[in-house]
Design a protein. Structure first.
Length: 386
Protein backbone atom coordinates (compact mmCIF):
# COMPACT_ATOMS: atom_id res chain seq x y z
CA UNK A 1 0.00 0.00 0.00
CA UNK A 2 1.48 3.31 -1.10
CA UNK A 3 1.17 6.25 1.26
CA UNK A 4 -2.04 8.09 0.24
CA UNK A 5 -0.37 11.42 1.05
CA UNK A 6 2.04 10.66 -1.79
CA UNK A 7 -0.52 9.33 -4.26
CA UNK A 8 -2.55 12.52 -3.71
CA UNK A 9 0.35 14.68 -4.89
CA UNK A 10 0.30 16.28 -8.33
CA UNK A 11 3.33 16.05 -10.56
CA UNK A 12 5.04 19.39 -11.12
CA UNK A 13 3.53 20.93 -14.25
CA UNK A 14 6.50 23.27 -14.59
CA UNK A 15 9.01 20.42 -14.57
CA UNK A 16 6.84 18.46 -17.01
CA UNK A 17 6.79 21.22 -19.63
CA UNK A 18 10.44 22.06 -18.99
CA UNK A 19 11.33 18.40 -19.62
CA UNK A 20 9.33 18.40 -22.88
CA UNK A 21 11.04 21.61 -23.96
CA UNK A 22 14.49 20.17 -23.29
CA UNK A 23 13.52 17.01 -25.20
CA UNK A 24 12.52 19.04 -28.27
CA UNK A 25 15.74 21.05 -28.06
CA UNK A 26 17.74 17.80 -27.81
CA UNK A 27 15.99 16.65 -30.99
CA UNK A 28 17.33 19.71 -32.77
CA UNK A 29 14.13 21.77 -32.69
CA UNK A 30 14.54 25.55 -32.55
CA UNK A 31 12.49 26.08 -29.39
CA UNK A 32 12.20 29.48 -27.73
CA UNK A 33 12.18 28.53 -24.07
CA UNK A 34 9.88 30.82 -22.07
CA UNK A 35 9.28 27.97 -19.61
CA UNK A 36 12.66 28.04 -17.89
CA UNK A 37 12.77 28.29 -14.12
CA UNK A 38 16.50 28.97 -13.97
CA UNK A 39 18.98 31.52 -15.35
CA UNK A 40 20.32 30.75 -18.82
CA UNK A 41 23.91 31.72 -18.02
CA UNK A 42 26.56 29.52 -16.42
CA UNK A 43 27.65 29.60 -12.79
CA UNK A 44 30.30 32.37 -12.55
CA UNK A 45 33.91 31.26 -12.81
CA UNK A 46 34.88 32.57 -9.37
CA UNK A 47 32.42 30.11 -7.80
CA UNK A 48 33.54 27.22 -10.00
CA UNK A 49 37.17 28.03 -9.15
CA UNK A 50 36.34 27.80 -5.47
CA UNK A 51 34.68 24.42 -6.06
CA UNK A 52 37.75 23.15 -7.88
CA UNK A 53 39.92 24.26 -4.99
CA UNK A 54 37.65 22.42 -2.56
CA UNK A 55 37.96 19.25 -4.62
CA UNK A 56 41.73 19.57 -4.87
CA UNK A 57 41.94 20.11 -1.11
CA UNK A 58 39.92 16.98 -0.38
CA UNK A 59 36.95 18.82 1.14
CA UNK A 60 34.66 15.98 0.12
CA UNK A 61 33.50 14.64 3.51
CA UNK A 62 30.39 15.25 5.57
CA UNK A 63 30.08 18.73 7.01
CA UNK A 64 28.20 19.55 10.21
CA UNK A 65 24.53 18.85 9.49
CA UNK A 66 23.45 22.50 9.61
CA UNK A 67 26.30 23.64 7.41
CA UNK A 68 29.96 24.63 7.58
CA UNK A 69 30.18 26.97 10.61
CA UNK A 70 32.01 29.71 8.69
CA UNK A 71 29.38 29.61 5.93
CA UNK A 72 26.58 29.92 8.48
CA UNK A 73 28.44 32.92 9.92
CA UNK A 74 28.77 34.47 6.44
CA UNK A 75 25.08 33.97 5.70
CA UNK A 76 24.08 35.45 9.06
CA UNK A 77 26.32 38.46 8.40
CA UNK A 78 24.72 38.92 4.99
CA UNK A 79 21.24 38.79 6.54
CA UNK A 80 22.21 41.38 9.15
CA UNK A 81 23.92 43.85 6.82
CA UNK A 82 21.86 43.49 3.63
CA UNK A 83 18.44 42.44 4.97
CA UNK A 84 18.41 44.02 8.44
CA UNK A 85 17.46 40.66 9.95
CA UNK A 86 18.90 40.10 13.46
CA UNK A 87 20.33 36.68 12.55
CA UNK A 88 23.17 34.81 14.23
CA UNK A 89 24.94 31.71 12.95
CA UNK A 90 22.85 29.41 15.15
CA UNK A 91 19.71 30.69 13.41
CA UNK A 92 20.97 29.62 9.98
CA UNK A 93 20.59 26.13 8.51
CA UNK A 94 22.23 25.39 5.18
CA UNK A 95 20.10 23.01 3.11
CA UNK A 96 20.13 21.03 -0.12
CA UNK A 97 18.36 23.80 -2.03
CA UNK A 98 15.92 26.50 -0.95
CA UNK A 99 13.02 24.18 -1.81
CA UNK A 100 14.19 21.75 0.85
CA UNK A 101 14.54 24.63 3.31
CA UNK A 102 10.84 25.37 2.85
CA UNK A 103 9.95 21.71 3.39
CA UNK A 104 12.09 21.52 6.53
CA UNK A 105 10.43 24.66 7.88
CA UNK A 106 6.97 23.22 7.26
CA UNK A 107 7.87 19.85 8.80
CA UNK A 108 9.10 21.69 11.87
CA UNK A 109 6.01 23.85 12.29
CA UNK A 110 2.88 21.97 11.23
CA UNK A 111 1.09 18.70 11.88
CA UNK A 112 -2.13 16.97 10.91
CA UNK A 113 -5.14 19.26 11.22
CA UNK A 114 -3.17 22.50 10.92
CA UNK A 115 -3.84 25.01 8.16
CA UNK A 116 -1.26 26.85 6.08
CA UNK A 117 -2.38 30.00 4.27
CA UNK A 118 -0.99 30.17 0.73
CA UNK A 119 -1.69 33.31 -1.32
CA UNK A 120 -2.82 32.50 -4.85
CA UNK A 121 -1.33 32.49 -7.52
CA UNK A 122 1.36 30.38 -5.88
CA UNK A 123 4.49 28.40 -6.69
CA UNK A 124 3.43 24.86 -7.54
CA UNK A 125 5.29 23.08 -4.73
CA UNK A 126 3.86 24.95 -1.74
CA UNK A 127 0.54 23.08 -1.46
CA UNK A 128 2.13 19.71 -2.19
CA UNK A 129 4.71 20.19 0.58
CA UNK A 130 1.99 21.26 3.01
CA UNK A 131 0.02 18.11 2.24
CA UNK A 132 3.12 15.94 2.63
CA UNK A 133 3.38 17.34 6.15
CA UNK A 134 -0.19 16.25 6.85
CA UNK A 135 -1.51 19.80 7.04
CA UNK A 136 -4.11 21.52 4.88
CA UNK A 137 -3.31 24.27 2.37
CA UNK A 138 -5.77 27.16 2.58
CA UNK A 139 -5.63 29.30 -0.53
CA UNK A 140 -6.10 33.05 -0.27
CA UNK A 141 -6.92 34.40 -3.70
CA UNK A 142 -5.23 37.57 -4.84
CA UNK A 143 -7.15 39.66 -7.34
CA UNK A 144 -5.76 41.04 -10.58
CA UNK A 145 -6.88 44.54 -9.67
CA UNK A 146 -4.84 44.22 -6.44
CA UNK A 147 -1.76 43.02 -8.37
CA UNK A 148 -2.60 39.54 -7.04
CA UNK A 149 -1.54 40.60 -3.55
CA UNK A 150 -3.37 39.61 -0.42
CA UNK A 151 -4.89 42.43 1.59
CA UNK A 152 -4.87 42.79 5.38
CA UNK A 153 -8.66 42.40 5.42
CA UNK A 154 -8.67 39.21 3.35
CA UNK A 155 -5.84 37.76 5.44
CA UNK A 156 -7.57 38.50 8.74
CA UNK A 157 -10.73 36.85 7.44
CA UNK A 158 -8.84 33.72 6.35
CA UNK A 159 -7.16 33.12 9.70
CA UNK A 160 -8.77 30.53 11.98
CA UNK A 161 -7.80 28.72 15.16
CA UNK A 162 -6.21 26.07 12.93
CA UNK A 163 -3.92 28.51 11.10
CA UNK A 164 -0.28 27.86 11.93
CA UNK A 165 1.69 29.30 8.99
CA UNK A 166 1.41 32.01 6.34
CA UNK A 167 3.64 31.57 3.29
CA UNK A 168 4.83 34.73 1.56
CA UNK A 169 6.82 34.68 -1.69
CA UNK A 170 8.16 37.94 -3.11
CA UNK A 171 9.25 38.90 -5.64
CA UNK A 172 6.66 36.37 -6.64
CA UNK A 173 6.77 33.29 -8.80
CA UNK A 174 4.65 33.25 -10.98
CA UNK A 175 3.36 36.85 -11.08
CA UNK A 176 6.67 38.73 -10.99
CA UNK A 177 5.14 41.21 -8.54
CA UNK A 178 6.42 42.15 -5.11
CA UNK A 179 5.39 43.79 -1.83
CA UNK A 180 6.31 47.29 -0.74
CA UNK A 181 7.51 47.86 2.81
CA UNK A 182 4.17 49.48 3.64
CA UNK A 183 2.24 46.45 2.37
CA UNK A 184 4.43 44.10 4.41
CA UNK A 185 3.95 46.22 7.52
CA UNK A 186 0.18 45.97 7.05
CA UNK A 187 0.43 42.17 6.83
CA UNK A 188 2.63 42.14 9.93
CA UNK A 189 0.00 44.06 11.88
CA UNK A 190 -2.47 41.26 11.14
CA UNK A 191 -0.23 38.37 12.24
CA UNK A 192 1.91 39.92 15.00
CA UNK A 193 -0.42 39.13 17.92
CA UNK A 194 -1.49 35.73 16.63
CA UNK A 195 0.27 32.40 17.12
CA UNK A 196 1.25 32.22 13.45
CA UNK A 197 4.64 31.76 11.84
CA UNK A 198 5.50 33.38 8.51
CA UNK A 199 7.64 31.51 5.99
CA UNK A 200 9.06 34.26 3.81
CA UNK A 201 10.47 32.90 0.54
CA UNK A 202 12.80 35.60 -0.77
CA UNK A 203 14.87 33.60 -3.26
CA UNK A 204 14.39 36.28 -5.96
CA UNK A 205 15.33 39.24 -3.74
CA UNK A 206 18.18 40.44 -5.98
CA UNK A 207 15.91 40.50 -9.03
CA UNK A 208 13.90 43.60 -8.06
CA UNK A 209 13.47 46.23 -10.77
CA UNK A 210 12.90 49.94 -11.28
CA UNK A 211 14.80 50.83 -8.11
CA UNK A 212 12.30 48.96 -5.93
CA UNK A 213 13.93 48.18 -2.61
CA UNK A 214 13.46 44.66 -1.29
CA UNK A 215 12.29 44.53 2.33
CA UNK A 216 12.67 41.30 4.26
CA UNK A 217 9.66 40.43 6.38
CA UNK A 218 11.88 39.43 9.32
CA UNK A 219 13.33 42.97 9.39
CA UNK A 220 10.01 44.46 10.50
CA UNK A 221 9.77 45.33 14.21
CA UNK A 222 9.72 42.00 16.11
CA UNK A 223 8.77 39.90 13.09
CA UNK A 224 12.02 37.89 13.27
CA UNK A 225 10.65 36.11 16.35
CA UNK A 226 8.02 34.38 14.21
CA UNK A 227 9.57 34.41 10.71
CA UNK A 228 11.52 31.79 8.79
CA UNK A 229 13.38 33.47 5.93
CA UNK A 230 14.16 31.29 2.91
CA UNK A 231 16.92 32.10 0.45
CA UNK A 232 19.73 30.53 -1.53
CA UNK A 233 22.24 30.82 -4.33
CA UNK A 234 20.38 29.26 -7.27
CA UNK A 235 18.78 32.25 -8.96
CA UNK A 236 21.35 35.00 -8.41
CA UNK A 237 24.41 32.87 -9.08
CA UNK A 238 22.88 30.36 -11.52
CA UNK A 239 23.55 27.46 -9.16
CA UNK A 240 20.27 25.55 -9.53
CA UNK A 241 22.06 22.22 -9.95
CA UNK A 242 24.38 22.79 -7.01
CA UNK A 243 21.39 22.40 -4.63
CA UNK A 244 22.28 24.93 -1.99
CA UNK A 245 19.87 27.05 -0.02
CA UNK A 246 19.31 28.13 3.55
CA UNK A 247 16.78 29.17 6.12
CA UNK A 248 17.08 31.62 8.98
CA UNK A 249 14.75 31.01 11.89
CA UNK A 250 14.25 31.83 15.57
CA UNK A 251 16.28 29.69 17.97
CA UNK A 252 13.33 27.50 18.93
CA UNK A 253 12.70 26.64 15.27
CA UNK A 254 16.28 26.22 14.06
CA UNK A 255 17.11 23.96 17.00
CA UNK A 256 14.26 21.59 16.14
CA UNK A 257 14.68 21.87 12.37
CA UNK A 258 18.29 20.72 12.69
CA UNK A 259 17.02 17.29 13.77
CA UNK A 260 15.30 16.87 10.41
CA UNK A 261 18.57 17.53 8.59
CA UNK A 262 20.34 15.06 10.91
CA UNK A 263 18.00 12.26 9.90
CA UNK A 264 17.37 13.05 6.22
CA UNK A 265 20.12 14.62 4.12
CA UNK A 266 22.84 14.63 6.84
CA UNK A 267 24.20 17.84 5.29
CA UNK A 268 24.23 19.86 2.10
CA UNK A 269 26.89 19.03 -0.51
CA UNK A 270 30.33 19.90 0.87
CA UNK A 271 31.63 21.11 -2.50
CA UNK A 272 28.63 23.41 -3.00
CA UNK A 273 29.03 24.83 0.49
CA UNK A 274 32.72 25.57 0.04
CA UNK A 275 32.07 27.15 -3.37
CA UNK A 276 29.35 29.38 -1.93
CA UNK A 277 31.86 31.33 0.17
CA UNK A 278 33.00 33.16 -2.94
CA UNK A 279 29.44 34.35 -3.62
CA UNK A 280 29.79 36.77 -0.71
CA UNK A 281 33.03 38.23 -2.04
CA UNK A 282 31.78 39.62 -5.36
CA UNK A 283 29.41 42.54 -4.79
CA UNK A 284 29.19 43.39 -8.49
CA UNK A 285 27.80 40.09 -9.76
CA UNK A 286 24.28 40.50 -8.28
CA UNK A 287 24.08 44.04 -9.71
CA UNK A 288 25.15 42.76 -13.13
CA UNK A 289 22.54 39.99 -13.08
CA UNK A 290 19.81 42.41 -11.98
CA UNK A 291 20.63 44.81 -14.82
CA UNK A 292 20.61 42.02 -17.43
CA UNK A 293 17.22 40.73 -16.35
CA UNK A 294 15.69 44.20 -16.11
CA UNK A 295 16.68 44.83 -19.74
CA UNK A 296 15.14 41.51 -20.75
CA UNK A 297 12.01 42.35 -18.74
CA UNK A 298 11.60 45.54 -20.72
CA UNK A 299 11.95 43.75 -24.07
CA UNK A 300 9.41 41.00 -23.38
CA UNK A 301 6.88 43.29 -21.72
CA UNK A 302 6.98 45.92 -24.46
CA UNK A 303 6.73 43.23 -27.14
CA UNK A 304 3.73 41.51 -25.59
CA UNK A 305 2.00 44.86 -24.96
CA UNK A 306 1.84 45.22 -28.74
CA UNK A 307 -0.49 42.20 -28.90
CA UNK A 308 -4.11 43.33 -28.35
CA UNK A 309 -5.17 39.77 -27.49
CA UNK A 310 -2.80 39.68 -24.51
CA UNK A 311 -2.63 41.58 -21.24
CA UNK A 312 0.89 41.15 -19.84
CA UNK A 313 1.57 42.31 -16.29
CA UNK A 314 4.80 44.25 -15.99
CA UNK A 315 7.12 42.32 -13.65
CA UNK A 316 8.54 44.14 -10.65
CA UNK A 317 10.98 41.31 -10.01
CA UNK A 318 12.00 37.68 -10.78
CA UNK A 319 12.48 36.57 -14.39
CA UNK A 320 8.82 35.74 -14.97
CA UNK A 321 6.07 37.63 -16.74
CA UNK A 322 2.43 36.77 -15.99
CA UNK A 323 0.21 37.16 -19.01
CA UNK A 324 -3.59 37.18 -19.27
CA UNK A 325 -4.48 35.17 -22.40
CA UNK A 326 -8.24 34.90 -21.77
CA UNK A 327 -9.09 37.19 -24.71
CA UNK A 328 -7.63 34.63 -27.13
CA UNK A 329 -10.56 32.29 -26.50
CA UNK A 330 -8.20 29.49 -25.45
CA UNK A 331 -7.72 28.14 -21.98
CA UNK A 332 -4.18 28.32 -20.64
CA UNK A 333 -3.38 24.65 -21.21
CA UNK A 334 -4.51 24.74 -24.84
CA UNK A 335 -2.66 28.01 -25.42
CA UNK A 336 0.60 26.57 -24.06
CA UNK A 337 0.21 23.29 -25.94
CA UNK A 338 -0.69 24.84 -29.28
CA UNK A 339 2.00 27.50 -29.29
CA UNK A 340 4.62 24.88 -28.42
CA UNK A 341 3.46 22.40 -31.05
CA UNK A 342 2.83 24.91 -33.83
CA UNK A 343 5.45 27.60 -33.22
CA UNK A 344 7.96 26.05 -30.81
CA UNK A 345 7.47 28.57 -28.00
CA UNK A 346 7.22 27.03 -24.54
CA UNK A 347 5.43 28.66 -21.61
CA UNK A 348 3.70 27.43 -18.47
CA UNK A 349 -0.12 27.40 -18.13
CA UNK A 350 -1.08 29.00 -14.83
CA UNK A 351 -3.68 26.41 -13.84
CA UNK A 352 -0.99 24.73 -11.74
CA UNK A 353 -0.40 28.08 -10.00
CA UNK A 354 -4.01 28.17 -8.85
CA UNK A 355 -5.48 30.49 -11.48
CA UNK A 356 -6.98 30.10 -14.94
CA UNK A 357 -6.65 32.29 -18.02
CA UNK A 358 -2.96 33.10 -17.57
CA UNK A 359 0.41 31.75 -18.66
CA UNK A 360 3.81 32.34 -17.13
CA UNK A 361 6.58 33.36 -19.49
CA UNK A 362 10.19 33.28 -18.38
CA UNK A 363 12.63 35.82 -19.77
CA UNK A 364 15.64 33.84 -18.55
CA UNK A 365 17.00 33.73 -22.07
CA UNK A 366 18.86 36.04 -24.45
CA UNK A 367 17.48 39.28 -25.88
CA UNK A 368 17.57 37.69 -29.33
CA UNK A 369 15.56 34.68 -28.18
CA UNK A 370 13.02 36.93 -26.48
CA UNK A 371 12.52 38.94 -29.68
CA UNK A 372 12.22 35.75 -31.72
CA UNK A 373 9.65 34.37 -29.28
CA UNK A 374 7.56 37.54 -29.45
CA UNK A 375 7.46 37.38 -33.25
CA UNK A 376 6.32 33.76 -33.11
CA UNK A 377 3.63 34.65 -30.59
CA UNK A 378 2.36 37.41 -32.89
CA UNK A 379 2.15 34.94 -35.80
CA UNK A 380 0.30 32.46 -33.59
CA UNK A 381 -2.21 35.10 -32.49
CA UNK A 382 -2.77 36.19 -36.10
CA UNK A 383 -3.52 32.60 -37.07
CA UNK A 384 -5.94 32.28 -34.15
CA UNK A 385 -7.87 35.33 -35.37
CA UNK A 386 -8.43 33.96 -38.87
Amino acid sequence: MINPQVTALNKSATLKITALTKKLIAEGKDVVNFAAGEPDFDTPEFIKDQARQALASGLTKYTPSCGIPALREAIAAKLRTENNIPAQAQNVIVTSGAKYAIYVALLTLVQSGDEVIIPSPYWVSYPEMVQLCGAKPKFLKGLKEDDFKITPASLAKAITAKTKVLILNYPNNPTGLTFSRKELEEIYQVVKDRDIFVISDEIYEVLSYDSLEHTSFASLADAAKKTITINGFSKTFSMTGWRLGYLSAPDEVSEQASKIIDHTTSCACSISQNAAFSAFKDQQWPKKVQAIFQERRDIIWKGLKECPELDPIKPQGTFYLFCDISSTGLNASDFATQILEKHLVSCIPADSFGISGFVRMSFATSNQQISKGIERIKVFLTELGK
